[in-house]
Design a protein around this ligand. Sequence first.
Ligand code: GA4
Length: 329
Amino acid sequence: MVVLSKPAIEQFSYTRNNKPTSTLFTQIPLVDLSKPDSKHQIIKACEELGFFKVINHGVPMESMSLLESEATRFFGLPLCEKQKTGQPEPYGYGNRRIGEHGDVGWVEYLLLTTSQDPNLHRFQGFRLALSNYMKSVKKMACEILETMADGLKIQPRNVLSKLLMDEESDSIFRVNHYPPCPHVQPVNANDSNSNGDVIGFGEHTDPQIISVLRSNNTSGLQISLRDGTWISVPPDQNSFFINVGDSLQVMTNGRFKSVKHRVVTNSEKSRLSMIYFGGPPLSEKIAPLPSLMRGDQQSLYKEFTWFEYKKSAYNSRLADNRLIHFEKT
Ligand code: GA4
């Protein structure tokens, strides 16, 4: 990333403290995938928060650290080299601009599909590390979705995971690099709502089914509780963090909630995160799973395909409530 000059920082947004970051200690739900009761813990976490951390996940540590070092090397290259991987339309290398509708963040990133070979021909090491990592992370995401199906007592247990396993699965991979960002006085000094934390990636929910995030040991990720307070997620480079996406909210007819999250920058250390977004095939109908519907229970949502939802999501701003357009009135 190019070093940003001081005035340029002014275009970035700051966190607001009208809904303060919680000072109460709220524990992030922890799921040990090797334990037989992990299915109950997953359900509880998805219902209460839409977010949890997993340990004993089976992804080899070497594959996590190898990808981290390859990605760090990539982001350390001159801007013109990184840009050769293509503009994010929507896939490729992006810098500060997120999406197509004016969102910006103190971040640079690589956005890739998981189905096509990434445009990283000149970065063989990176490409190989990525492909190994993605294989294990996808396997783990499927295992979590199968354990989730067990916890929901629905059959077949691959009812969710098969959408990620499908050859046509529209899954995405993202590597984000947040360079250290100086804490400056907010542009509007009279803005008492601003506490000076520059936004790395603005608040949003993920449109897909499930997201699997791993970061280095730098803090920054925050999740929103139901009451709107933000809590900081302590980093843990050996674990994964799982987000419920909008599609899973719909498939559980609102029983699970997609979690609103954001990243604030760190003034001293850079943060590197890698996220697998597990999505269904474009033609897949996103609707409550029939086996979850009791008696004459009605869907809270209109009928739509993943293609329709994705199109609408990509036309929205990051912080928009995207599901609202698909709720039955
Ligand atoms: C959020 C989740 C994923 O990072 C992503 C993002 C996508 C992008 O960066 O291009 C979007 C965002 C995400 C949702 C709303 C639209 C599209 C930026 C944006 C403003 C890759 C995705 O699938 O949706």
